[in-house]
Design a protein around this ligand. Sequence first.
Ligand SMILES: C[S@@+](CC[C@H](N)C(=O)[O-])C[C@H]1O[C@@H](n2cnc3c(N)ncnc32)[C@H](O)[C@@H]1O
Length: 256
Amino acid sequence: MSTTEGPDLASSFDRVAAEYDAARPSYPDALFDAVEELSGVALAGADVLDVGAGTGISSRALAARGARVTAVEPTPGMADRLRAVSPEIPLVRGDGNALPFRDSCADLVSYAQSFHWTDHGRSVPEAIRVLRPGGALALWWNVKDRGVRWVAEQSARLAAACPQYHGYRPFGESPQELSRFGVRVVTATLRWERRTPVETALLDQTSRSYVAVLDPQARERVLAAEREALLAEFPDGVIVEPYLLDLTVALPEGRP
Ligand SMILES: C[S@@+](CC[C@H](N)C(=O)[O-])C[C@H]1O[C@@H](n2cnc3c(N)ncnc32)[C@H](O)[C@@H]1O
């Protein structure tokens, strides 16, 4: 793992699958345009392995673009939720560090908000192994823009209240470090906004791993403080969340 998060944090998703699916933002269409542009892979008809698929937010968005998506998810709670809400999407229980697929079977391997949970020394060679010639590995993260005052204040509150709070740090230094695996790395950052009711924004916080691992009283305190702060900032109860969507595409060298 490239962050300071531990295995307890990763498995905490299991307990909050319903909240996760109901409250986490999806991805704008512009992201998938950028994936196609940077990877050279047309999503319509492409075989995509969506790894760390969770409850299927990213898998559904890829399927909506015409991709033939197989969702890959290690934890039972998230996988059960995915099966319940998106039975049409094939699901394989598996780990990005040891993909349960044969060589050269996919046009795209995607990790939406999930690559940081893997051991890059294993997950990148695994992705390269299962990619067909001309295929690509696409990694992306939706991150609230801390350049906006209220987001920076929220991050500071959560860091103070949640011992396992972690900032966004998917790579040691930069995405270019993936080039050590013999891939060409290209990146893009997109800006977008989500307007969402305060209750959904709080449910989103409930689904964050560093909140999910708190004891119940501490969790209630954090959520009450967040409700108060968000309503002070957005008195009409509609939160305007500014997002930066960081996309990294790794292209195996030697591709035609
Ligand atoms: C933040 S969720 C992302 C879910 C989904 N891709 C989305 O866009 O909302 C991260 C997911 O990565 C999964 N995960 C954790 N460790 C993993 C690993 N080693 N390989 C694959 N997935 C992993 C977690 O179980 C969780 O479902």
